[in-house]
Structures are given as C-alpha cells and as structure tokens.
Write a protein of this length. Structure first.
Length: 267
C-alpha cells in the first residue's frame, strides 16, 4: 500500500527582515525630519525671522500664497524706506481699516510713489499687493529689496496661521518619510551591487549624510527656484547643515539594520 503525503506549499510572504527595514526607514525619516525642522526653526528665530517661519511662511508656500495682510502695508513701506505725507497716510489708514483699497486710491498712491523716485517695478509690485493680486513671487521680490534686518522684522510680524503651520508640518514630514525609505532602498541596492563600504555602520551613516547633501543641492538649485520663492530667505549655510544632520540621524537609525549580516537577510 502506497503512502501519500500532503503537499504543503512553501510560504512566499515577504521576510520579516524586509518589513523591519521599511519600518526602521520610516522611523529614521521621521526622526531626521524632526531634527531638520527644529534646527531651522531655532536658527530662523535667532535670526529674527520668527520661530514658526519655516512652517508658517516657507514650506506652505508650495500650496498657499503667503501675502501680508493690508494692515501690514504701512510697516512694509517703512521697511522699504518709504515715508508718505501725513494726509496720505491718514487716507491710507482709513482704507486699510475698511479692509479694501480702491483702484483709484491705489493709482493715486502709485503716482505719488513714482514722484518720490520709487522704482517703477517696486511700485507695480506694491500695486499688486494693495489690490489683492499678489503672488509669492510678488512678496518675495518685495522682501528681497529690503535690508536684511527690516526683512526679518517683516517676516517675524507676519500673522501665524494654524492652517499653514499644519500644512507645512504635514508636507515636511511626508517628504522626510519618503527620503528615509529612499535612502534605505538606495543603500541596500548599492550594497547588493558590491559596494562593500556599506557593510559597515560608518559606511551607512556616511552614505546617508551624502544623501542629505545631495537633497540640499537638488532643493536649492532645482526644485525651489521655480516652485517656492519664499524659501530663498532661509539661511542657506544652516539649511545645508540641517540636511547633513538629517542624513546623520537617518544613517544612525538605519545602520543597525542595513549594515553587517542583517542587511543580507532583507533580500
């Protein structure tokens, strides 16, 4: 009598080690994102731009128009070195209090500013702001024409919007999570391609820091110029250092999983 044996299919689910490195990569990206954000918030607060500026003015400009309210118009003019006659300032204050500047008043102010030898390009930008047609490019050009101390004061005085802060935080953390997983995937791929230095922890950390530097370069010269002009006022050396620190944190968290013999089990 022949004996039959049941066929038992082999499990083909993804190995636990693969799930482990994905979870670790997500956690690494999250931790690195927190460190990067805190560095820039502290730096910009110390620079006089306001603690919440990165999340209130910078990152949300990808989806929001960051325009100062009409109530800030007198302080904007003062920051640009423009001093209006008392009678004109009184009329302007009344219009600002009503929440609307008429096209006739905007034209009158434009003519007056031109007579005061304010550059035509700046008058045009201010007209867009007064009439509610300002874009992020409008605001960034006006800010760029101010002395740094005056610009920082204007940025610090901008109203803090909880909606913008939440959107800025969500966008930043989503990018950080994506970068954490991307760094891990690239390091694993390079390790399997035979780059032996990635078999040790210092190699993983160094590669992650190099990745942070590459991300900074891409952000600074490729992504931000056409998409987010408000990020031009971020202190660039600190922005670079913050990205290196992002890579350092990500690398330190990934290294125990990706380096050494453990990485080989995540195939």
């Amino acid at each position: 009598m022949t004996q039959t044996t049941k066929y038992q299919p082999q499990a083909t689910a993804s190995p636990p080690a693969a799930k482990a490195w994905v979870r670790r990569a997500l956690g690494a990206g999250l931790a690195g994102g927190v460190v990067l954000a805190m560095i820039m918030m502290i730096v910009m607060a110390a620079d006089g731009q306001g603690f919440w500026s990165p999340l209130n003015l910078g990152i949300p400009a990808f989806v929001y128009t960051i325009a100062p309210p009409l109530a800030m118009l007198p302080s904007l003019m003062a920051a640009m070195g423009i001093s209006l006659p008392a009678a004109t300032m009184s009329q302007l204050s009344g219009a600002i209090a009503s929440g609307h500047i008429s096209s006739a008043m905007a034209k009158q102010l434009g003519t007056m500013l031109m007579s005061m030898h304010v550059p035509a390009a700046k008058v045009q930008l201010m007209g867009q702001l007064m009439m509610g047609h300002a874009t992020n490019s409008t605001v960034s050009q006006l800010l760029a024409g101010m002395p740094s101390s005056a610009r920082n004061a204007v940025m610090a005085a901008m109203p803090i919007s909880s909606g913008r802060v939440v959107v800025g935080l969500v966008l930043h953390m989503m990018m950080s999570l994506l970068l954490g997983v991307s760094f891990a995937a690239v390091i694993l791929g390079a390790r399997r391609a035979g780059i032996s230095v990635l078999r040790i922890r210092s190699g993983v950390i160094g590669a992650s820091m190099l990745g942070g530097a590459i991300v900074y370069v891409l952000m600074r010269w490729v992504l931000l110029p056409p998409t987010n002009s408000m990020m031009a006022f971020v202190p660039q050396w600190w922005f670079f250092i913050a990205h290196l620190m992002f890579g350092l944190v990500v690398g330190m968290i990934l290294a125990p999983v990706l380096a050494g013999s453990r990485a080989s089990s995540a195939r």
